[in-house]
Design a protein around this ligand. Structure first.
Ligand code: NAP
Ligand code: FES
Length: 370
């Protein structure tokens, strides 16, 4: 079966393409990176030719209220029209649990508009509504950060692993159209602040998470059950704790007393915010130094901005191969010494900084080189 995945290069899309291909479907990733733009219509008619199913897991590059609404309205409208012309028999879309409960949230309003267009179209459809992805936890923390404090309402929260989302969307795509909506969520409910605190701690992130019943989530105050599904939801298998231990590097277990003695013996001079010890960054590894990531490229040090220019993926957690780093979020690749984009979905190069080495200590110059 030919299945076109709009947003097939994204977080969910790339996992979905892998699953469908494994099951011997002709799964085609369609996004701007592969020459298909749902906003301009570029490449749409060509890619939909002979397609039985279209899965839309695209996302707006901007989450600003008007931009995201414009994106989902225009993109979904163009897509449904092109599907009707191509005779596509099933439109599957990934949406979010609880979108109608939070009209103050601009992103949720845009997803409501997307769902309305799908339901009004003559094309048979299935909508899969998911709770927040585990992979989205960092972005949620960043959005709720004021200074060094993360403020979150202590409401119920039941996130799900992107892998589990891709499994359900894949099964839905190869099944008969539901002409309705299903909900999916993670296996366990948490308190919102509790889960984000766990996520930040596991990454050694020093931000303090504070439970504040009036804290807003992307502009909206939250009621107890606003983000969780009703009892009929399908549950993913992956537990947050297991996902966390697989997706974060293990911390070295030290004997605290030995570590204290070691410290007292050597007493290295304290580091400034923009400094690091060369010995702490062996070849082929990276380290976050303030707002910059330092990479050891076979003994030479290069430094770039810490966040991927696509959607803010943490480059210090990416795979470094020679001078190429792969973003852990959606797989964009950059040359860490020149900042150049080597592979999408990112299109904007990284800012790079000069690194100066002196007596076993590296110093990152604040000034941006490129
Ligand atoms: N994050 C969550 O917690 C959550 C929860 C529930 C549901 N969802 C939904 O899940 C869906 C997928 O999210 P995700 O995190 O996997 O998204 P993502 O990683 O940001 O990927 C977005 C995809 O959309 C493509 N895209 C963007 N603009 C496009 C355009 N004009 N034409 C064609 N393709 C375009 C991107 O590729 P290019 O850049 O190459 O174009 C990329 O492949 C979204 O609809 C979101 O609402 C998310
Ligand atoms: S955040 Fe998407 S590739 Fe880096």
């Amino acid at each position: 079966m030919k299945i076109v995945v709009i947003g097939g290069t994204g977080l969910i899309g790339s996992k979905l393409i892998a699953r469908l291909t494994e099951r011997r479907h002709e799964a085609i990733a369609a996004s701007r990176t592969t020459g298909v733009n749902t906003l301009t219509g570029q490449g749409l008619a060509e890619v939909l030719e002979g397609a039985a199913v279209v899965v839309d897991v695209s996302n707006s590059p901007s989450f600003e209220d008007k931009a995201v609404l414009d994106f989902f309205q225009a993109s979904t409208g163009n897509l449904l029209a092109a599907e009707a012309a191509a005779g596509v028999g099933h439109h599957v879309a990934l949406s979010v649990v609880g979108i109608e409960r939070l009209p103050e949230n601009g992103y949720f309003r845009a997803k409501v508009a997307q769902e309305q267009l799908i339901k009004a179209s003559p094309i048979p459809y299935s909508i899969v509504r998911a709770t927040q992805f585990f992979e989205f936890v960092n972005s949620i923390a960043d959005e709720a950060t004021h200074g060094s404090t993360v403020r979150l309402a202590p409401v119920l929260f039941q996130p799900i692993a992107a892998n589990d989302v891709a499994s359900v969307v894949g099964r839905t795509a190869v099944g008969a159209p539901l002409n309705g909506t299903i909900e999916i969520a993670g296996p366990r409910q948490f308190r919102f602040d509790e889960l984000i605190r766990m996520g930040l701690r596991a990454r050694n992130d020093p931000r303090e998470v504070v439970a504040d019943p009036h804290a807003r989530y992307f502009g909206a105050e939250l009621s107890e059950g606003a983000l969780v599904p009703d009892s009929a939801a399908q549950l993913g298998e992956t537990r947050f704790e297991d996902w966390l231990s697989r997706s974060t590097p293990p911390f070295p277990q030290e004997d605290p007393m030995l570590a204290e003695i070691e410290c007292a013996l050597h007493e290295p001079p304290p580091l400034k915010d923009n400094e690091f010890r060369v010995a702490d960054v062996p070849p082929g590894t990276a380290m976050l130094v303030g707002e910059v990531t330092v990479f050891n490229v076979d003994g030479a040090f290069c430094a770039t901005q810490s966040k991927c220019t696509h959607r803010g993926g943490p480059l210090s957690k990416g795979k470094l191969d020679g001078s190429t780093v792969t973003c852990p979020f959606h797989g964009a690749q950059f040359n860490v010494c020149t900042g150049a984009v080597l592979r999408g979905p990112a299109t904007v190069p990284l800012k790079i900084h000069r690194v100066i080495l002196e007596g076993g200590v590296g110093r990152v110059e604040v000034e941006v080189l490129i």
